[in-house]
Ligand binder design. Sequence first.
Ligand code: HEM
Ligand code: MTE
Ligand code: MO
Length: 466
Amino acid sequence: GAPYPVFTRQEVGQHRSLAERVWVTYRGEVFDITNFVELHPGGKSKILLAAGGALEPFWAMYAVHSQEHVLEILRAYKVGELSPEEQSQPSQGDPYSGDPPRHPALKVNSLKPFNAEPPAELLTENYLTPNQLFFKRNHLPVPAVDPASYQLQVEGPGGRVLALSLPELKRRFPKHEVTVTLQCAGNRRSEMSRVRQVKGLEWGVAAISTARWGGVRLRDVLAHAGYEEEEEEAEEQHVCFEGLDKDLSGVAYGASIPYRTAMGREADVLLAYEMNGEELPRDHGYPLRVVVPGVVGARNVKWLGRVSVSREESPSHWQQNDYKGFSPAVDWDTVDFTTAPAIQELPVQSAITEPTPGATIPPGELTVKGYAWSGGGRGVVRVDVSLDGGRTGSGATDGQGAAAGPGLGLAPVAAHGPCPPRRRRAGHRLQGRGRQLQCAARHGGAHLEPAGGAEQRLAPCPRHRG
Ligand code: HEM
Ligand code: MTE
Ligand code: MO
C-alpha cells in the first residue's frame, strides 16, 4: 500500500486532546486513537495520559497491554510513522527496575507489577509462611522509601495532621504482635475460571499466607490523634489508608475499613513494621503496613503513607470499582459497582495442597495436606476430608485445624484418610486436566478431582467407583 506519512515527535505532541485529536506513538509508528478514547477498558483519563507522546512508559507500567489483542486494536488506528532519526526511543527507564529481588521458588503470575505465590506444597510446610515465600500482590512498582525521612501522616478530627516518624511510632506506642493470615480476593481464581471466565490474575491455591506481624495498634495511634472508641449510636465512619505506591498520574493505592473494625474495644488492627521477627520486607510494605485480621488482603495497605477518618469509604479505585462481589447474572458489560458493598471479610476457604492435581500417588496410606481458613478472623473448628466427593466419611482428620485467637486461621492440616480399595497395587498416574482426569493404571486409587471450581475434593478413581 501507499507509504505512511512521516511525522516528528513535535507534531505528534500537538495532538493531546479530543478537540485537537489524540495521537500516540508506539515502536516508531504514529496512531490517531481519538475514537478509541471513550472505548478504553482502563478508562478515558488513563489513556489520555499518553496523549501526544509514547505509549511505552505507560504500557511498561500496565503490563495488561502486552497482549496481541491490544496491539490489534492499536494497529487499526495507524496514521503514520516517525522519521527514522526520531525512532530511537528516548531512554524511558523501567518503573519496575527498582523492585527488590525475589525468591526463585515463587510462581509468578505477573512480573510488572509483581504478583506471585509459593508452590502449594511449600505453603503447608510451615504454619508461618517464610517471608520470602509469602505471596506477593502488588498493583504498582514497589516504592523506595527512605526510613530516615519517612513520616506517617495521620489526619486527626478537624483535619489537623499528625506526622509520625518511625522512631516516634516505635517509642510512643506499645508493641503488639498478632498472627494473621492474609488472603487475596483472587485466591484460586484459576479454578473459578474453569467454571466461568473471570477477569484478573490466574491465582492458584496459594494466594494466602500467614505471618506473625509486629507493630503498633492502629487504635492506639488513632486515639493519640484524638479519636474515640466507637460510640454505640454513632454514624458509620471509615478509616481510610493511602499507600506510597503511586501510578503515573500520581494516584496512590488506597482502601478503607469500617471505623468499628479499627476502633472497637477488641480491635487488633496493626500498623506493622515487623514480619515473622524480621524488618518488614520491601514487597510487603516497608517500612509500615496495615494488617487487618480476618479482612481481605486488599484492605491491608502496604507502604502506608496516610491515615484518615471519613464518612465515606476510600475513594480509591480499589475500594470503589474493584474487590466487590456480584451475582453470576452480572457480567463486565452490565456491572454497576455502586450496587455492591466493598468486600471486607471473605468466606470459609479450604484447599488441598498435597498431593497436587495430577500427582502420582504411591500405594499405601496417603497423607493429604492442605489448609483451612474460617474467614473473618475466627478460629477453625473442624476440617472434613472425604475420599468420595463428600458422600461419606468426613472424619479422618487429625489436623491441627482448631487454631484459636483473633486473626488466626491458616492451619496446615495433615489428614491420614482411609485408603481406597485395592490400594496395595502399584501407584497410579492421573492424566489430563480439570474434569478430564483419568486413572491410567488398572486399579483403584484416590486422586484430586476439581469439583466445579471453588473446591477440590478427593475422589476415588471414577472407573473404579462402586
Ligand atoms: C486495559 C487498550 C492506553 C491503562 C486495557 C485493555 C485494552 C487497552 C484493550 C483491556 C486489556 C484486557 O483486559 O485484556 C489500550 C490502548 C491504549 C491504551 C489501545 C493506547 C492506544 C493506556 C494508557 C494507560 C492505560 C496510556 C495508563 C496510563 C490501562 C489500565 C487497564 C487497561 C489500568 C486495566 C483496566 C482494568 O483492568 O480494569 N487497555 N490502552 N491504557 N489500560 Fe489501556
Ligand atoms: N497496598 C498497597 N499500597 N499497594 C498494593 O498494591 N495490594 C493489596 C494489599 N495492600 C496492595 C496493598 C492486595 S490486593 C493484597 S492481596 C495484599 O496487599 C497482599 O499483601 P502481600 O503482598 O504482603 O501478600
Ligand atoms: Mo488482593
